[in-house]
Design a protein around this ligand. Structure first.
Ligand SMILES: NC(=O)c1ccc[n+]([C@@H]2O[C@H](COP(=O)([O-])OP(=O)(O)OC[C@H]3O[C@@H](n4cnc5c(N)ncnc54)[C@H](O)[C@@H]3O)[C@@H](O)[C@H]2O)c1
Length: 114
């Protein structure tokens, strides 16, 4: 089992919601985090909160649907902390808020299929 103390978590959607809650838990247990979010302002607020808890925190403004941004995120984690031990993918990119929708028609109608 992964020992959190000293381990590095990369958390997408880390500016709020589940991502921030996981990042909080991680630093409270001695882990280091790289939090990434598409929204810069909530991301910096989240980082300030995590640093208040004593956490070692790095931030990356990152759109997880952009491959270059994801590469930059991985590079930043390695450059800053030398490892990635956990990836917690909580960027809110699911449009209806559910991993599984029982209403295919509704879910599809909201999406832009390319
Ligand atoms: N809350 C729940 O009960 C629940 C249950 C199952 C699944 N989920 C899914 O888990 C994910 C997180 O849920 P949450 O409640 O924390 O949502 P949230 O909206 O509170 O937080 C999502 C975060 O992701 C960021 N984000 C949105 N698009 C992004 C992108 N393209 N790149 C990077 N960051 C982006 C937002 O700025 C926000 O800070 C969502 O995809 C949601 O659908 C949530």
């Amino acid at each position: 089992m992964l020992e959190i103390k000293g381990s590095v978590a990369v958390v997408t959607g880390g500016g709020g919601g589940i991502g921030l809650a996981i990042a909080r838990y991680w630093v409270e247990n001695g882990g280091k985090v790289v939090i990434a979010d598409i929204a810069a302002e909530p991301l910096e607020k989240a980082a300030a909160e995590l640093r208040e808890l004593g956490g070692e925190v790095e931030t990356v403004v990152c759109n997880v649907t952009d491959e270059d941004d994801c590469g930059k995120l991985a590079d930043t984690a390695i450059e800053k902390f030398g490892a990635i031990n956990l990836i917690a993918p909580f960027a809110g990119i699911i449009m209806d808020g559910l991993l599984l929708s029982t209403d295919k028609g509704l879910a599809r109608s909201k999406r832009k299929w390319t």
